[in-house]
Design a protein around this ligand. Structure first.
Ligand SMILES: C[S@@+](CC[C@H](N)C(=O)[O-])C[C@H]1O[C@@H](n2cnc3c(N)ncnc32)[C@H](O)[C@@H]1O
Length: 322
């Protein structure tokens, strides 16, 4: 009861309720909140601290920035804050204005990120850069997965978060990890749409995921393994965070001979053969299933595998009392 009262007290203030309503649209820094609400940073920092202490917001440090976001829905504070926010009138003039300002802040961030990519001559949309059939890949991926209840999903190397958006209607929660702050800025702008409040992104390295063991029902590595210096280590880390009987999906290029991908797009590997991926799966305790092919200028393959259930400890046989 004390926890509930603390949560309710923390929400019961106009600015704090507005901050929570914004956080339901995506993660923001204090500076963004100050810009959106037109209030001073010290004042907002005090409100935000209260919300964090009550467990209604979570802080995530990313270099010099601290991001504030709603906790995952599965936590008591997460479900409390979401059920309170569901009662807010969508057409409240103050909230409508906040959402409009927030959309501007997110669009600015996405513009800065894409300018930064352009100035480096990079392209964040690799499928487009290679002329790959992104829609067909998406279709194959959706067809390969159950239509509902995918549970907790982790997208490693999420890029602009497109996969999370596609999977959103089928999942309880979605987390994207990426090593690039610019990619994360684009992903946050994408995920700040209605209906995507259960999806979030975080800075992280695929070799050292900032996540506990066995935390996800589905883990996806889409178009990232060909960058990995050490695919076995990346796969082991993905398997670590997968729950027993959870599913790992690797979507990547089939083995190909386009050597220019090394120089032009910094690929480490020119795709993968089925045997290699199956070996990697087995090495980390995953049982491979048959691969699915998506033809195109470069063939894309979807390799799935299931995490084996831990072997149940053998019960000692009861000694006969007779
Ligand atoms: C080609 S993009 C693929 C993005 C997304 N998965 C998709 O299919 O559209 C590869 C992504 O992997 C990310 N990445 C590369 N190395 C990484 C690492 N060590 N840890 C996490 N992300 C990494 C890049 O920043 C980039 O966003």
């Amino acid at each position: 009861m004390e926890e509930l009262l603390t949560g309710l007290r923390a929400c019961a203030e106009p600015t704090r309720l507005r901050l929570l309503a914004l956080a339901a649209r995506g993660a923001f820094c204090v500076m963004d909140f100050a810009d959106i609400l037109g209030q001073s940073q010290p004042r907002l920092s005090r409100h935000l601290r209260l919300l964090v202490e009550a467990g209604l917001l979570e802080r995530q440090r990313e270099g010099a920035n601290v991001w504030l976001a709603l906790p995952q829905a599965a936590t008591p504070a997460g479900s409390l804050v979401r059920s309170l926010l569901a009662r807010l009138p969508e057409d409240d003039a103050c909230l409508v204005a906040d959402r409009r300002h927030a959309a501007r802040v997110l669009a600015d961030r996405a513009r800065i990120a894409s300018e930064s990519f352009r100035s480096k001559g990079a392209d964040w949309d690799e499928m487009r850069a290679l002329g790959l059939p992104a829609a067909a890949v998406e279709h194959a991926l959706l067809a390969a997965l159950p239509a509902v209840d995918l549970g907790r999903v982790l997208d490693i190397g999420t890029g602009t978060g497109a996969l999370l958006e596609v999977l959103a209607p089928r999942i309880d929660s979605g987390l994207g990890i990426d090593a690039s702050r610019q990619m994360l800025a684009l992903a946050r702008a994408r995920l700040a749409k209605p209906g995507l409040g259960h999806c979030a992104v975080r800075l992280g390295d695929m070799y050292r995921l900032p996540l506990p063991d066995a935390a996800f029902d589905l883990v996806v590595l889409q178009m990232i393994l060909h960058y990995a210096e050490d695919p076995a280590a990346a796969m082991a880390e993905a398997a670590r965070v997968l729950r027993p009987r959870g599913r790992l999906l690797v979507v990547d290029l089939a083995a190909h001979g386009r050597a220019e991908c090394r120089e032009r797009l910094a690929h480490r590997w020119l795709g993968f053969a089925d045997d290699r991926i199956a070996d990697l799966f087995r090495t980390v305790g995953l049982a491979p299933s048959p691969a699915i092919s998506v033809p195109g200028p470069l063939e894309i393959r979807l390799w799935g595998a299931t995490s084996l259930a831990p072997v149940a400890a053998k019960q000692p046989e009861l000694e006969s009392t007779q």
